[in-house]
Design a binder for this molecule. Structure first.
Ligand SMILES: NC(=O)c1ccc[n+]([C@@H]2O[C@H](COP(=O)([O-])OP(=O)(O)OC[C@H]3O[C@@H](n4cnc5c(N)ncnc54)[C@H](OP(=O)(O)O)[C@@H]3O)[C@@H](O)[C@H]2O)c1
Length: 322
């Protein structure tokens, strides 16, 4: 394709042929800068100082609320109940916390997994629980409060992840099962134990969300949505419990090598032991969100332009499923 010698943008030809539109734009911009400077310089000093004071007031209140909720979780001497403690992240956390000198009670539906875990960790206890079933939650909560009156930490870890198709009619059974397990389960179990927890010193409530709650994996749209909802619920709960003895924490793991979905050996996922080590270290700090380094790009993405990264992230995984 040949280039025309008569350029449609004559001002690009040299400084001797300025475009009137460009000149108008420069004058307009200069005008706006002058107006801005006038506003800034005429803003009374008293108002500036009041604005700063208002900002500082918010800062000091925030610090105060954090202090009221306690600083860091003590990593020993707790009585901890963890859902989904017979496998994966739940088992990893249960074993690490058991070794640190906590009374740990694990739960789940598969008795074989629970027994194998307690056998490998003498002193650890287990109870069968189906978090999809409100009656099971109520019965287990009652048993826990009766048998472990010092129970002061609840870790809502149980979850399921299944493939769906947000571009087609949804299988209602699949939808209800994921939402009931991942969102209603933690809410119901917390509800059954919250009044008990409020009476304990140094109580901690931990929800297991996911990096996918911040950047959804489109192949598992319902799963990702339940984790985003759990994050939101955690924020409300933390706000409502400020000033109480209950700290509310969220663990948002990256992709970790477990049996959650086929992929427990995928080299792109974080080795389970590494994840547990980093997460336990963070649990001992004053962080309210337990974010290992690998999940930070996902956690930090949300904002007005989040869609771009969501597309890149999903394109990459669609093109390289293995
Ligand atoms: N692995 C990852 O990449 C990753 C990333 C982010 C977040 N997470 C979250 O981490 C949590 C643990 O997952 P994981 O990766 O460790 O996978 P996992 O090994 O499959 O663990 C899930 C656990 O949840 C329990 N569970 C599932 N449905 C239950 C129900 N209805 N009632 C009671 N327990 C139930 C399972 O026990 P039973 O089957 O015996 O009931 C199992 O022990 C989940 O919430 C998951 O969403 C995982």
């Amino acid at each position: 394709m040949g280039l025309s010698t008569a350029t449609p943008m004559p001002w690009l030809a040299g400084p001797s042929t300025p475009c009137p539109r460009v000149v108008r734009r420069i004058v307009h911009r200069l005008g706006r800068i002058l107006i801005y400077l006038r506003v800034v310089t005429s803003y009374p000093a008293r108002l500036w100082s009041q604005s700063w004071k208002a900002l500082l007031r918010v800062d000091s209140n925030t610090t105060l609320h954090n202090q009221e909720n306690g600083v860091e979780m003590k990593l020993s001497g707790n009585t901890i109940f963890i859902t989904g403690g017979g496998s994966g992240i739940g088992r990893g956390l249960a074993e690490a916390l058991h070794k640190l000198g906590n009374q740990v009670i694990i739960s789940g539906r598969r008795k074989g997994h629970l027994d194998a875990t307690t056998k490998a960790n003498p002193g650890m206890q287990s109870v069968e629980l189906n978090v999809e079933d409100p009656a099971s939650i109520a019965a287990v909560a009652k048993k826990l409060m009766a048998e472990y009156p010092k129970l002061n930490v609840l870790i809502n870890n149980a979850g399921i992840m299944q493939i769906d198709d947000a571009s087609a009619p949804i299988d209602d059974g699949l939808l209800v099962s994921i939402v009931t397990t991942n969102l209603m389960g933690p809410i119901r179990l917390t509800s059954a134990l919250i009044e008990h927890l409020k009476k304990q010193d140094g109580a901690v409530l931990i929800h297991m969300s996911s990096g996918l709650g911040f950047v959804p994996l489109a192949l598992t749209a319902v799963y990702s949505a339940t984790k985003a909802a759990l994050h939101s619920y955690t924020l409300s709960q933390r706000y409502r419990l400020k000033g109480s003895s209950v700290r509310v924490l969220e663990i948002a793991p990256p992709w970790v090598q477990t049996d959650l979905m086929a992929g427990n050996n995928d080299p792109r996922a974080m080795p389970l032991a590494e994840f547990i080590d980093e997460a336990i270290t963070l649990l001992g700090t004053d962080a309210e969100e337990i974010l290992v380094e690998r999940v930070k790009p996902l956690r930090n993405n949300p904002g007005p332009n989040e869609g771009g990264f969501v597309t890149q992230f999903n394109d990459r995984l669609m093109l390289q499923p293995h």
